[in-house]
Design a protein. Structure first.
Length: 80
Protein backbone atom coordinates (compact mmCIF):
# COMPACT_ATOMS: atom_id res chain seq x y z
CA UNK A 1 0.00 0.00 0.00
CA UNK A 2 2.76 2.44 0.91
CA UNK A 3 4.62 1.74 -2.32
CA UNK A 4 1.41 2.21 -4.33
CA UNK A 5 0.73 5.61 -2.76
CA UNK A 6 4.33 6.74 -3.14
CA UNK A 7 4.59 5.69 -6.77
CA UNK A 8 1.18 6.94 -7.89
CA UNK A 9 0.72 10.11 -5.87
CA UNK A 10 4.02 11.38 -4.52
CA UNK A 11 6.32 10.97 -7.51
CA UNK A 12 7.41 13.42 -8.79
CA UNK A 13 7.87 15.05 -5.42
CA UNK A 14 4.75 16.77 -4.11
CA UNK A 15 4.82 19.03 -1.07
CA UNK A 16 1.93 18.20 1.22
CA UNK A 17 2.82 21.05 3.58
CA UNK A 18 1.60 23.65 1.09
CA UNK A 19 -2.13 23.95 0.45
CA UNK A 20 -1.67 23.66 -3.30
CA UNK A 21 0.23 20.37 -2.97
CA UNK A 22 -2.36 18.95 -0.59
CA UNK A 23 -5.22 19.94 -2.90
CA UNK A 24 -3.44 18.32 -5.85
CA UNK A 25 -2.85 15.13 -3.85
CA UNK A 26 -6.50 15.02 -2.77
CA UNK A 27 -7.76 15.56 -6.32
CA UNK A 28 -5.59 12.74 -7.69
CA UNK A 29 -6.59 10.40 -4.84
CA UNK A 30 -10.31 11.10 -5.41
CA UNK A 31 -9.88 10.38 -9.11
CA UNK A 32 -8.02 7.14 -8.34
CA UNK A 33 -10.88 5.90 -6.15
CA UNK A 34 -13.09 5.82 -9.24
CA UNK A 35 -10.70 3.58 -11.16
CA UNK A 36 -10.79 -0.19 -11.39
CA UNK A 37 -8.59 -2.44 -9.29
CA UNK A 38 -5.70 -3.78 -11.36
CA UNK A 39 -6.48 -7.47 -10.66
CA UNK A 40 -10.12 -7.71 -9.62
CA UNK A 41 -11.63 -5.52 -12.37
CA UNK A 42 -13.96 -3.88 -9.80
CA UNK A 43 -14.07 -0.23 -8.81
CA UNK A 44 -11.89 0.58 -5.81
CA UNK A 45 -14.84 2.33 -4.12
CA UNK A 46 -16.88 -0.89 -4.31
CA UNK A 47 -14.03 -2.87 -2.77
CA UNK A 48 -13.77 -0.30 0.00
CA UNK A 49 -17.50 -0.54 0.76
CA UNK A 50 -17.17 -4.34 1.04
CA UNK A 51 -14.24 -3.95 3.43
CA UNK A 52 -16.12 -1.38 5.46
CA UNK A 53 -18.83 -3.93 6.24
CA UNK A 54 -16.23 -6.18 7.88
CA UNK A 55 -14.81 -3.49 10.18
CA UNK A 56 -15.43 -3.67 13.90
CA UNK A 57 -16.90 -0.75 15.81
CA UNK A 58 -14.69 0.86 18.42
CA UNK A 59 -15.73 0.48 22.03
CA UNK A 60 -17.56 3.45 23.50
CA UNK A 61 -16.24 2.75 27.00
CA UNK A 62 -12.63 3.06 28.01
CA UNK A 63 -10.62 -0.14 27.93
CA UNK A 64 -7.30 -0.50 29.73
CA UNK A 65 -5.30 -3.27 28.15
CA UNK A 66 -2.83 -3.54 31.03
CA UNK A 67 -3.06 -4.10 34.75
CA UNK A 68 -0.84 -2.30 37.21
CA UNK A 69 0.04 -4.18 40.36
CA UNK A 70 2.81 -4.14 42.87
CA UNK A 71 5.48 -6.78 42.83
CA UNK A 72 5.73 -9.42 45.52
CA UNK A 73 9.51 -9.19 45.42
CA UNK A 74 11.66 -6.47 46.86
CA UNK A 75 14.17 -4.70 44.63
CA UNK A 76 17.02 -5.79 46.89
CA UNK A 77 16.48 -9.44 45.95
CA UNK A 78 17.39 -8.74 42.31
CA UNK A 79 20.75 -7.13 42.87
CA UNK A 80 23.79 -8.92 41.55
Amino acid sequence: MVKYIRNNFLLPELSLFKSRGLKTFWRVAEKDRQSKHYQKDILITELYEEDKQALYQLLLTRYDGARLRTSRYKAAEYRL
